[in-house]
Ligand binder design. Structure first.
Ligand SMILES: CC(=O)N[C@H]1[C@@H](OP(=O)(O)OP(=O)(O)OC[C@H]2O[C@@H](n3ccc(=O)[nH]c3=O)[C@H](O)[C@@H]2O)O[C@H](CO)[C@@H](O)[C@@H]1O[C@H](C)C(=O)N[C@@H](C)C(=O)N[C@H](CCC(=O)O)C(=O)O
Ligand SMILES: Nc1ncnc2c1ncn2[C@@H]1O[C@H](COP(=O)(O)OP(=O)(O)OP(=O)(O)O)[C@@H](O)[C@H]1O
Ligand SMILES: N[C@H](CCC[C@H](N)C(=O)O)C(=O)O
Ligand SMILES: [Mg+2]
Length: 484
């Protein structure tokens, strides 16, 4: 009954029968039907309040809104609230029986490293013998069942629905990425976390958040909302690591490679096939590469210990974990060219990955990088990423990522604006051709970084998503290479 769903919601006014039965929640009017509670949400493209009539027309039984429509429809219940997005999170949580309270839910936020950290935690806890849920950019997992991921952090209705399924299937833990968009849009409102993790914050999404200060404020919302009895694990080496946790009610814990911290890591050695880490005095071989992955692994280790896992077991399993889809994944040609497929789509990530490749390459091995920038996303990343690509490789091939609704040539022009007139690089708009160019130029021993699309299996051009997979593209070209 609607009244029971409103217990945690600040209701400003109501009209109609609050004892109406609700068996479906929707924020898209097109999905409404009898028994639906429709949420009118103010979005970035339009205002859901314009579609209240449409939802009611399709039979919606009740409406949550910030402003009542001029004409109320008899037989429909209207609930006015200050913020529909906040109400949605709380109502969805109540509708699905507060599933997050029955899970040990950990949120992971930061510009880079969320998917890697969340996925490794999911795998680690499964190896420790638990049933686990995962909500990530790459996939959603309800124990072993995988669902297609559409958002890094989906809306409150789907989040609670999936968490209810996790509880039903006996999951004890859930690790989820918390994007800055989801924080501002209150997608995680009403969820109960046992802890949260901060990876780092660097340049991204300024199209949406406008300023870096606003972007920091968005990420910080996750920690501000944590109550006493939970943990807030932060990266003490990040310039904003302590800012994140300065107003939290949670117990603050830190991890670092440089600063003094509760959980400490040092890279002892790094090779092409892995690195030797020292985690709080214990040496652990990891199959991952790069300083950035040492941070991710330390965050995983620290989170596991904060959740009460056995340290020896955690260290043993850490050494057996392997790379996450599209994150520093290797493809090798029979004649000795290495391609690395990586999701680096921010300046910081690209810089880190190229530096790591530079550290592990042997003399004479050349680095080619194929990189583009997404359309309808932060434009200010473009010149920075082109500059980093050119400065840290032997040859940068600038290309398209997901142009979405933008002209690919305009995106390329924005990238080139970051380059010195004397810079040498290639620009090949078609990504398939760009990859082909790199593979044609590479000699045995050389390394090709395919950056930006990682696990993605599509390319979005003019709003149409066509199958495209960097790993598949390069594997096919490598196969032809060996036939020559
Ligand atoms: C910019 C953004 O974040 N948009 C999200 C937002 O939609 P919106 O605000 O644009 O919605 P809108 O189109 O203005 O519509 C407003 C309301 O009217 C409703 N409507 C609209 C039309 C109609 O006929 N009837 C109707 O009821 C809509 O359902 C909506 O409730 O709310 C929707 C529901 O939750 C999201 O699906 C949508 O994500 C879009 C697709 C998206 O691309 N989001 C990306 C940027 C995103 O969220 N990314 C982050 C990760 C970023 C990272 O890498 O860190 C993520 O968490 O995935
Ligand atoms: N801790 C880290 N610090 C900096 N860069 C990282 C870190 N971890 C991963 N990266 C780089 O960022 C890319 C994306 O990593 P990952 O998918 O784990 O991040 P994410 O935060 O989930 O990104 P998104 O916001 O797009 O979901 C990787 O492919 C790698 O290049
Ligand atoms: N979640 C990120 C992914 C970017 C990946 C890159 N391939 C692109 O399309 O820009 C975003 O939506 O900004
Ligand atoms: Mg992610």
């Amino acid at each position: 009954m609607l009244r029971e769903l409103l217990v945690d919601v600040e209701v400003l006014s109501t009209s109609g029968d609050l004892s109406v039965e609700i068996d479906n929640l929707e924020f898209d009017s097109r999905e409404a039907k009898p028994g639906t509670l429709f949420f009118a949400m103010r979005g970035t493209q339009t205002d859901g309040h314009r579609f209240i009539g449409a939802a009611v027309g399709l039979g919606a039984s009740a409406v949550v809104c910030e402003e009542l429509p001029e004409e109320l429809c008899g037989g429909v219940t209207y609930v006015r609230v200050a913020d529909s997005t906040v109400a949605l999170g709380r109502i969805a949580s109540a509708f699905y029986g507060h599933p997050s309270r029955n899970l040990k839910l950990v949120g992971i936020t930061g510009t880079n490293g969320k998917t890697t950290t969340a996925t490794l935690l999911y795998r680690l806890f499964r190896r420790l013998g638990y049933k686990v849920g995962l909500i990530s950019t790459v996939t959603y997992c309800i124990d072993t069942e995988q669902r297609e991921s559409t958002h890094t952090t989906p809306d409150g209705i789907r989040l609670n629905r999936m968490m209810a399924e996790m509880v039903e299937r006996g999951c004890e833990y859930c690790f989820m990425e918390v994007s800055s968009h989801s924080l501002v849009q209150h997608r995680i409102e009403g969820l109960s976390f046992v802890g949260a993790v901060f990876s780092n914050i660097t340049h991204d999404h300024l199209d949406y958040h406008h300023t870096f200060a606003e972007y920091i404020r968005a990420k910080k919302m996750l920690f501000d909302a944590l109550p006493e009895g939970t943990f807030a694990l932060t990266n003490a080496d990040d310039r904003n690591g302590m800012v994140m946790v300065q107003n939290t009610g949670a117990e603050v814990k830190t991890y670092a490679l440089q600063a003094f911290a509760d959980f400490r890591c040092r890279i002892v050695e790094m090779h092409f096939d892995g690195m030797l880490l020292n985690l709080d005095g214990s040496e652990v071989w990891a199959t991952f590469l790069g300083r950035f992955n040492a941070y991710n692994l330390t965050a995983v280790y620290a989170t596991a210990l904060l959740l009460g896992a056995d340290r020896d077991e955690v260290l043993r399993i850490l050494s057996e974990l392997t790379s996450v889809s599209g994150r520093f994944e290797y493809v090798r040609s029979a004649d000795g060219v290495t391609a690395i497929v990586d999701y680096a789509h921010t300046p910081d990530a690209l810089q880190n990955v190229l530096r790591t490749i530079d550290e592990i390459r042997r003399e004479g091995q050349r680095i080619y990088v194929v990189v583009g920038c997404g359309g309808n996303r932060d434009k200010t990343k473009r010149p920075e990423m082109a500059q980093i690509a050119v400065a840290n490789s032997d040859l940068a091939i600038l290309t398209s990522d997901n142009p979405r609704m933008e002209d690919p040539e305009t995106i390329l022009e924005d990238m080139k604006a970051g380059l010195d007139p004397s810079a040498s690089y290639l620009a090949v708009t078609n990504r398939r051709e760009a990859i082909r160019t790199a593979v044609t130029l590479a000699r045995p021993g050389d390394i090709i970084l395919l950056a930006g699309k990682g696990h993605e299996t599509y390319q979005d051009i003019a709003g149409v998503k066509r199958h495209f997979d960097d790993k598949e593209e390069v594997s096919n070209l490598f196969a032809l290479r060996t036939k020559k």
